[in-house]
Design a protein around this ligand. Structure first.
Ligand SMILES: [Zn+2]
Length: 233
């Protein structure tokens, strides 16, 4: 008891020696589902972009306007440049939203603060230059791996919303069509943020089925900003 008290006094005393400096403190949050709403909706989020044709197939679905998507950009992949024109158009039409998914898809939880900053800022600058788009506050740490340092560095850059998911279409690098449909059946539900990947082209049937499942459940995909509002941070 006495030791605890002594420790407390030492801490209290040293705290007084700390000069009063203004510390930029940015809070952050982690989301994995959408807020409740009277409208039935889910968020179809699509990451990476390793395959130019796969990314193209998602953009074409978004183009039709029935399902709005949030695309998490890994700026090191050339597909984001190849589709630049269409992306700018869909952003302007409010059919897609972009989020930061770093430059090289490294596991941020293994990097130094400087490296984390480089990964997020590199992607941020790419989107600004290529699309004139500021993706803040939404980012998704690759593999969903994060820690206090990652969240703190991201928040200092204005990326305060770490976007996780509530269900995956399970195809980081391709799974059979039947599995995609099985996952879609399991996870495309009201308020869910569903993660998907544009790394390998899906069959036409798989993509049609995803949309069919949503429709048959009266669900429409919305962007994160449509769900959370434009003032969300
Ligand atoms: Zn990813």
């Amino acid at each position: 008891m006495e030791i605890t008290r002594q420790k407390f006094l030492i801490v209290a005393a040293s705290a007084l020696l700390i000069p009063q400096v203004e510390v930029a403190f940015a809070s952050s949050r982690v989301i994995s589902r959408l807020p409740a709403s009277k409208t039935k909706r889910f968020a179809w989020t699509v990451d990476d972009g390793a395959s130019t044709s796969a990314l193209g197939s998602y953009l074409n679905i978004a183009e039709r306007g029935e399902h709005h998507m949030t695309l998490f950009v890994t700026s090191g992949y050339s597909s984001w440049r190849t589709h630049s024109k269409q992306i700018r158009k869909l952003v302007a039409e409010g059919k897609i939203q972009l989020g930061n998914h770093t430059v090289n898809h490294k596991d941020l939880s293994t990097l130094s603060a400087t490296e984390i900053k480089k990964q997020l800022l590199g992607c941020h600058k790419f989107m600004l230059e290529e699309y004139g788009y500021d993706a803040r506050p939404y980012y998704r740490p690759p593999y969903g791996n994060s820690n206090t340092q990652v969240r703190s560095v991201a928040a200092e850059l204005g990326y305060t919303v770490s976007t996780m998911w509530y269900g995956s279409l399970g195809d980081t690098y391709g799974v059979p069509e039947a599995r995609v449909i099985e996952f879609a059946n399991k996870w495309i539900l009201d308020e869910h943020i569903v993660i998907d990947h544009s790394n390998k082209i899906k069959t036409h049937r798989a993509l049609e089925q995803i949309q069919h499942i949503a429709k048959s459940r009266g669900l429409r995909s919305v962007t994160l900003t449509e769900a959370f509002g434009k003032d969300f941070k």
